[in-house]
Every structure is written in C-alpha cells, then in structure tokens.
Design a binder for this molecule. Sequence first.
Ligand SMILES: NC(=O)c1ccc[n+]([C@@H]2O[C@H](COP(=O)([O-])OP(=O)(O)OC[C@H]3O[C@@H](n4cnc5c(N)ncnc54)[C@H](OP(=O)(O)O)[C@@H]3O)[C@@H](O)[C@H]2O)c1
Length: 213
Amino acid sequence: MRVTIIGAGRMGRGIGTRMVVGGNQVELIDTDPAEARALADELNRQGGGKASAGGRGGAIGGEVVVLAIPYGAVADVVAEYRDQLAGRVVVDITNPVDFATFEGLVTSPERSAGEEVAGLLPPGTPVVKAFNTTFARTLVAGEVAGQKLDVLIAGDDQAAKDKVAALVEAGGLRAIDVGPLRRARQLEQLGFLHMSLQDRLGTNYGSAIKLLW
Ligand SMILES: NC(=O)c1ccc[n+]([C@@H]2O[C@H](COP(=O)([O-])OP(=O)(O)OC[C@H]3O[C@@H](n4cnc5c(N)ncnc54)[C@H](OP(=O)(O)O)[C@@H]3O)[C@@H](O)[C@H]2O)c1
C-alpha cells in the first residue's frame, strides 16, 4: 500500500518503521524537507518496503495519509492539503494535551481531536483514530517486554478501519477496533493517562497499553 506520513518527527519515525517493515511504500512530508529525506534514508536501511521524501505542499501519493504532527498544526495542515485528502483515509494520531497544565486535554469532552479532523475534511473523507496510545520509540521497536503492541483504532468507516488494521498487522502489531470515531474521546483520554504515568512509573515513554484476554 502507499502511505503518506505528514510529519517526520518521532511518530513519523515510529509509524514509518512499522509501515516499511510491513512492505509498504512510505512517503514522508515535513516542514523541513531535509528531515523528511533523512528519515526516508534511515527507513530504507531497514529493508522491507521503500520510503521516499515528498515535497511540502506537493502531490500526496498515499491512499492512507497519517497526520504525524502536533495537534496545534492539524488545522493548518488539513487546510493546506484539504482538496487532495478527499477520497483518502486520513489517520489522526494526536493527543490534544493541555501542556500548560498537564492536567488534561484542550478539547471538549464531547468532541475529540479525531472528530474535529473529520469536520475539517471534505465531507465523506474517512478519518481513523489510531496510534495515539502507542509511544514513538515502542513503535520503532515493535514490542514491549516481548509482547506485540496493541494499536487501538476508532472510526466510522469500516473499510477505512480495515485498511489501517491491515497496515498495523503487516507491521507486526495487533490492531483492536474499539468502535466508532466518537470513541476517540476515550482514546485521547487514555493517551493522556498513559503520558501522565511516565514520571510516576519511570518508564521514559517506553511502556505500552495492552489488552489481555
Ligand atoms: N511521541 C509520541 O510518543 C506520541 C505518541 C502518541 C501520539 N503522539 C502524537 O503524535 C503527533 C506527533 O508527535 P511527535 O512526538 O512525533 O512530534 P514531533 O517529534 O515534534 O514531530 C512532529 C513533526 O511534525 C512536523 N510538522 C509540524 N508542522 C508541520 C506541517 N505543517 N507540515 C509538515 N510537517 C509538520 C514537525 O516539523 P518541524 O520540527 O520542522 O516543525 C516535526 O517533524 C502529536 O500529535 C502527538 O500528540 C505522539
């Protein structure tokens, strides 16, 4: 599959790693083209699929587009690429944390960042919430304590969720469908809870949330 990742930072690296391991074609776009190129080179050294760096503001090639950017940048990025995003699966991974207080989220309890993204896109563009509960460096490793990472996925379009789940599974992770896009409200709270535990547990963003049954 062709996947575009906008944002070549920590999550761009983590998700890009899993996508390349899964044999996909990954296109990276960043405000800094050199950063996108450097990450593409790094991912290509792993083997599997292929990574390339796309130009900012240029054509998007992926049928799945991952927004691996800070919550505060999402509205601008969606506005920049809005027309091109129609007909593609858009993956929102943000945790809209209130970093001023680190006491919760900046979003309303009745509307997740994922639902906000859906509202910004051309009508009918499927949005999938995923990867917000997995930390970047655990995605690079693909596992924690010898266990596959669980990637919790929410969305209203089943075909879009199935596509993202297939990418997750091909990358050696376990996809868990948690329901409609409104479940992103809980996923974002869970993402924040997981972040808030890092100092307490001393896990330095190396822990994972795992469902066992
Ligand atoms: N880090 C984690 O473990 C983790 C876990 C779950 C979810 N998340 C979520 O993942 C998202 C990304 O986090 P991160 O840790 O990867 O952040 P990061 O390391 O700061 O990377 C973000 C990247 O996005 C780029 N960017 C910003 N605005 C852009 C734009 N307009 N167009 C293209 N690229 C742009 C930045 O480029 P510049 O540096 O050049 O500005 C940077 O390379 C956030 O929403 C976060 O809440 C993170």
